[in-house]
Design a protein around this ligand. Structure first.
Ligand code: ATP
Ligand code: MG
Length: 256
């Protein structure tokens, strides 16, 4: 069996006396599209923050391609190929989509050079348009972020976070705040983008229809612990998942 791209061993994180994560074990293989589900406060973002290096676990180990990266800072993990997006997009609202993308691209290429002057760079603009095109949002290049629909903002934010072509992408609620009409479109573009070269994705999602449709595997968290892990139909058929997370029993017809 090949080495998993990501392994979490007994990850625990306490804030004061409160355990936000409690002995979480999770394994992700190359090319998987893993959905993490759980109620508000279940520990989903905490787990992602630990994997991306934004938080150090109280105990436990994170392995990336077999290397122990526990506690390694996010900027170092980014260079190793781990990228993540946040629940709320991190964008400059009064700049265009292209300018935002150019900033991400220029920071990546030449972090020490003055950024503003790079906006003149024709090549940088071309690279930005190409990156936007990967996510099917090139047509919005000239639009101000403040004018964009939420779904396009989320895609832009993810395009910026992944401009270094990472091998492991962590997405915290890629469809949160997105209208129900737009949600499938956002996920389909992400599935197309990352499916193309089998980039491994771990995404947190509250919309169970989206999870059912797009996740190749589902990990369900409650009170900082994994209560189910497996194919979507198996996890959604689990009585505790239905009761605690989904809120109502899922019929066989719905999950088919
Ligand atoms: N920095 C912190 N300090 C104190 N408590 C925290 C901190 N970060 C998270 N928590 C607590 O840990 C628990 C898990 O938080 P987390 O953000 O991981 O939940 P979540 O599953 O992502 O929830 P949501 O679906 O609402 O985003 C929550 O009770 C939260 O209040
Ligand atoms: Mg969260």
């Amino acid at each position: 069996m090949s080495t998993p791209i990501l392994e979490c061993h007994e990850i625990a994180k306490s804030f004061g006396g409160f355990a936000a994560a409690n002995a979480i074990d999770m394994r992700v293989d190359e090319g998987e599209f893993v959905g993490i589900i759980g109620s508000n406060g279940a520990g989903k973002t905490t787990l992602l923050n630990i994997v991306s290096g934004h938080l150090k676990p109280t105990t436990g180990r994170v392995m990336f391609r077999g290397e122990d990266v526990t506690g390694v800072p996010a900027r170092v993990l980014a260079r190793k190929g781990i990228a993540r997006s946040f629940q709320v997009p991190q964008l400059f609202a009064t700049s265009t989509a292209r300018e935002n993308m150019m900033l991400a691209t220029s920071l990546l290429a030449e972090p020490r050079r003055a950024i503003v002057s790079r906006f003149d760079d024709h090549h940088l603009a071309e690279a930005a348009d190409e990156a936007l095109d990967h996510y099917g949002i090139a047509e919005h290049g000239d639009s101000l972020v403040s004018e964009l629909p939420q779904g396009v903002r989320k895609l832009l934010d993810i395009a910026m976070a992944t401009s270094a072509d990472p091998s492991l992408v962590l997405l915290d609620e890629p469809t949160s705040g997105v209208s129900s009409d737009e949600k499938n479109d956002v996920m389909q573009r992400l599935a197309d983008r990352f499916g193309e070269d089998r980039t491994t994705v771990v995404f947190i999602e509250h919309d169970m229809e989206i999870v059912r449709r797009y996740a190749t595997r589902v990990v369900a968290l409650t009170d900082g612990a994994v209560i189910a892990d497996g194919p979507p139909d198996v996890v959604f058929a689990d009585a505790t998942v239905s009761k605690v997370i989904v809120g109502e029993p899922v019929s066989a017809a719905e999950s088919a």
